[in-house]
Design a protein around this ligand. Structure first.
Ligand code: ZN
Ligand code: ZN
Length: 427
């Protein structure tokens, strides 16, 4: 039997409402913060991620879905959303627009990672990027936006962790300290870390291997090596968050797994310290646009993991409000009345009602009613020969069981009054 590829899943119709709930909430908040949607391709040139995310990161070394297309180009499924947005910013000369350019995205990302609870190879991210502003106020805004989203969907016990990972300038001296520290422990490091030690020592701080993590805990922290500009930036951000009464924790170990981060780095961690599950995070990337050959442009963004957020909602038993079936099922007593049925079905749909009917051939009225009942329709229209002669149909309220004859002409007005002014959205 064919199955969905390992690490991927189907989002079934019965679960789609939960996804819509997150997407709609996110879009609503982005709207109020002035972020507009950008949709970039799912495939990009492999080089985009190699140069931006960094050659010696896990994402690039182990997790990319890369292939040669039929034209011999190296193409990759996007493993994250920031590099494509930065590429689009340059390609479409968005640096000529009033700055900052504030964008949001939503869609699948791909990483060949070990599948586990809440972690998929095709996973969905909701994210925002603000390009063209260096002021720490925009860092605060991006953090506030993500926080608002979590609060709005009912995750009110997440811990915001913050760090500054510095800029190329202050990292220079920090790098030396880091290399000499890890060199003392070189024999105890995993092979990845040994290899990356000279190339990119910062990566050793977020190695997932236990023995490396243990050593990294004692490593010098960048906070003590920030240059004046980075320290002022970070202090100013903390100041803004204090003023907005946003609680946070400082985590000097937080470096994020991608090379493009500078200065601010943050994550939203699920309350239980046992799991330390990150539901989303982001940071500043002041050198990324320049890396791609664009004008020097500061940027900051956040990406939220939809599957993990859904898991967190589930574990907290937060039931999102699912729309009830607010529809009308149309049944015919005799096959000869079918034409009247179709006319009625399409006319009511045009008025905006959710209307369905039976598509399984000429079935008995009883079978049609059974289907309507199983699908939970609150209203049933029966087209019977006697009523039709009078220009009427029978309208049954499935909950109360009461029914009445209603003229076909006045039907939609009558239904509107029954169901409220506007027909509700169906499920
Ligand atoms: Zn610096
Ligand atoms: Zn390691």
């Amino acid at each position: 039997m064919l199955k969905a590829p390992r690490g991927t899943m189907d989002i079934l119709p019965k679960n789609a409402a939960r996804w819509h709930f997150l997407e709609d909430t996110f879009k609503k908040i982005c709207y109020s913060y002035g972020y507009q949607e950008i949709r970039t391709p799912i495939i990009e040139q492999t080089e985009l991620f190699q140069r931006g995310v960094g050659e010696s990161t896990d994402v690039i070394e182990k997790e990319m879905y890369s292939f040669q297309d039929r034209g011999g180009r190296s193409i990759s499924l996007r493993p994250e959303g920031t590099a494509p947005v930065a590429r689009a910013y340059i390609e479409h000369k968005m640096y000529n627009l009033p700055q900052p350019v504030k964008m949001y995205y939503y869609g699948p990302m791909f990483r060949y990672d070990r599948p586990q609870a809440g972690r998929y190879r095709q996973f969905y991210q909701l994210g925002v990027e603000a390009l063209g502003a260096a002021d720490p106020a925009i860092d605060a805004e991006v953090i506030m936006l993500a926080r608002e989203f979590f609060l709005e969907i009912g995750l009110d016990d997440l811990v915001l962790q913050l760090n500054s990972v510095g800029c190329p300038e202050c990292r220079l001296s920090y790098r030396e300290k880091l290399v000499s520290f890890f060199q003392q422990h070189e024999q105890s490091l995993c092979s990845d870390c040994q290899r990356r030690l000279m190339q990119n020592p910062l990566r050793l701080l977020d190695c997932k291997k236990e023995k490396c993590g243990f050593i990294a805990q004692k490593a010098p922290v960048i906070k003590d090596h920030l240059c004046l500009s980075c320290r002022e930036h970070f202090d100013s951000l903390l100041h803004s968050l204090d003023a907005l009464k946003v609680p946070y924790e400082l985590n000097t170990q937080l470096v994020r797994g991608l090379d493009y981060y500078t200065k601010t780095a943050f994550e939203f961690i699920e309350g239980s310290h046992k799991s330390q599950n990150s539901l989303g995070g982001g940071g500043r990337y002041d050198c990324l646009v320049e890396t791609y050959g664009g004008p020097a442009t500061p940027g900051i963004g956040v990406a939220l993991g939809v599957e993990r957020i859904l898991m967190a909602l589930e574990s907290k038993n937060i039931e999102e409000k699912l729309p009830e079936n607010a529809g009308i099922f149309v049944a015919v007593a005799e096959h000869s009345l079918s034409n009247i049925r179709w006319e009625l079905v399409y006319a009511l749909r045009r008025k905006g009602f959710y209307v369905d009917t039976d598509f399984l051939g000429h079935r008995s009225l009883r079978s049609q009613l059974k289907t309507a009942n199983k699908k939970g329709f609150p209203y049933l229209i029966i087209i019977g020969p006697d009523e039709v002669k009078r220009g009427n149909i029978t309208l049954r309220n499935m909950k109360s069981g009461s029914q009445e004859e209603v003229s076909m002409e006045k039907l939609s007005v009558y239904l509107s009054s029954l169901m409220g002014e506007r027909p509700e959205e169906g499920c």
